[in-house]
Ligand binder design. Structure first.
Ligand SMILES: [Ca+2]
Length: 212
């Protein structure tokens, strides 16, 4: 009886000892691989197409695995214009740069209980208006260089005078006045340079009161 019990105990030990450790190893290995894949899958990802854009050309940054509620941006010469998401589950933030030169973006986000940041530098190129404007016409009063004289020329002159940062020769707005436009606008020869009197003279011309 005693011997049988000892044999049974030894058999049990062998069975348990043989089977248990290999099972444990298998489980641990599978667990490790699984955990590693999942961790990488869940890492925040930032996708940027290129780091050089033209001024006012919209560009997007795709963000994956970041809670949209805990993401914020520090923007320098850059502004967020829209936020959406694509079919792959990425958050898509669209930006625009105001001026040519350097632009910087710092993305602050929360992950794994800590605050992280991701920095990007962009090179913003000047938009090439010259190509469109090579057909610049030498028409008196044609401030916007579209080949004809109408109220929009008067409006552009007034805008360029009132807000040169936006509508002056080096203005930030897409349809700012050009060098040629300034030359065309200078229709009142009694006053030097482009002034309100040029805008008024063009208005009088449109009414048929004067020649340019
Ligand atoms: Ca015009």
């Amino acid at each position: 009886m005693k011997i049988r019990r000892i044999i049974a105990a030894v058999m049990a030990l062998v069975l348990v000892g043989g089977a248990y450790p290999s099972n444990a190893v298998n489980t641990r290995n599978i667990g490790k691989v699984y955990a590693a894949e999942t961790a990488e899958e869940k890492e925040p990802k930032f996708l940027i197409e290129k780091d050089e854009y033209k001024r006012l050309e919209p560009f997007s940054i795709k963000v994956k695995n970041v809670d949209p509620a805990i993401i914020s941006f520090v923007e320098e010469n850059i502004e967020e214009v829209s936020k959406s998401s694509d079919e792959d589950g990425n958050l898509v933030f669209t930006f625009k740069a105001r001026k040519s030169g350097e632009a910087h973006l710092i993305i602050n986000y929360g992950f794994d209980g800590e605050t992280r940041e991701q920095r990007y530098n962009f090179n913003i190129l000047d938009e090439e208006y010259t190509e469109e404007n090579t057909q610049d016409t030498n028409v008196k009063g044609d401030a916007n260089c579209d080949g004809s004289v109408d109220m929009s020329d008067v409006v552009l002159i007034m805008q360029a005078l009132a807000n040169p940062n936006k509508y002056g020769v080096n203005g930030t707005e897409k349809f700012h006045i050009t060098q040629q436009g300034m030359k065309n606008s200078d229709v009142d020869t009694t006053v030097k340079g482009v002034t309100v009197s040029d805008a008024l003279k063009i208005q009088r011309y449109l009414l048929g009161a004067v020649e340019l």
